[in-house]
Design a protein around this ligand. Structure first.
Ligand code: MG
Length: 255
């Protein structure tokens, strides 16, 4: 398909969709408490996204039943919202959310603690977020995507964590998934060269234990085989004249 280069106007539209996700994470965080089901959280997310005149892009995508993906503890990605999955004290929960507004898509993910969590779980969440920033800070026209992947990989690996090659970030904006793939492991100087106007979802998924994964019979839920925790952090990022702009992040958190 080739990498779609977006105009300034298109990037502004993706950022409008991104603003919905920024507010949505605050809303979801406020509801992230022991006793709530991931089904209820999904309904909260869907109502909010639709109240903003947007569409929850995940709903029905490839047959996905939820409005967002909600992945608890050892679930890496694509957790299906369920009345049977009830958050409890000490869990970690990832909300991977997409919103389509006037045809433009933003994609972002945050992992939150449920009540008090262990220091090791907190370190995993913090490192996953740091890995994103280690990668994104390299983004500018002329660098290779492998430079970004390598920085993400090194940040997580130096803490003893693992990252899968099976699931990656991706181009985004006009569609939910576009070229290129944005891996979380890679070699500097390899992969596509970034250009102004590219928009990519950079999304480290970091495992506390081994890299081996299993997909459940529901054909969506991806878990760590050893049952250890996995965290996820993602933003939609535009390549600018001499750097990048994060389209799904509060001003005070980055940029
Ligand atoms: Mg994504």
């Amino acid at each position: 398909m080739g990498i779609i280069i977006k105009s300034q106007r298109e990037i502004a539209s993706i950022k409008e969709a991104g603003k919905i996700l920024i507010e949505l994470f605050d809303l979801l965080e406020s509801h992230t408490k022991p006793g709530i089901s991931t089904w209820e959280l999904d309904k909260i997310a869907e109502r909010f996204i639709r109240s903003k005149g947007a569409i929850p892009s995940a709903k029905g995508y490839g047959g996905f039943p939820g409005a967002i993906c909600i992945s608890v503890n050892d679930v890496l990605i694509h957790g299906i919202p369920s009345k049977k999955v009830i958050l409890k004290e000490g869990d970690i929960v990832s909300y991977d959310c997409m919103a389509t507004l006037k045809g433009y898509v933003a994609d972002a993910c945050r992992t939150f603690p449920v009540g008090e969590i262990s220091p090791s779980a907190k370190k995993l969440i913090d490192t996953t977020r740091n890995a994103f920033f280690e990668g994104v800070k390299l983004v500018k026209p002329g660098i290779h995507l492998g430079d970004v992947s390598h920085a993400i990989e090194m940040c997580a690996k130096k803490e003893g964590y693992t990252l899968t090659s099976d699931y990656t970030g991706h181009g985004v904006g006009c569609k939910v998934h576009e070229d290129p793939y944005v891996p979380n492991v890679g070699k500097p100087g390899t992969g596509p060269v970034l250009q102004k106007g590219m928009v990519i979802a950079i999304e480290p998924m970091v495992n506390e234990g081994k890299v081996d994964l299993i997909v459940l019979d529901d054909e969506w839920t991806v878990k760590t085989k050893d049952g250890k925790l996995s965290a996820h952090y993602e933003n939609t990022v535009a390549v600018t004249d001499n750097g990048y702009e994060i389209l799904t992040l509060k001003e005070e958190e980055g940029n």
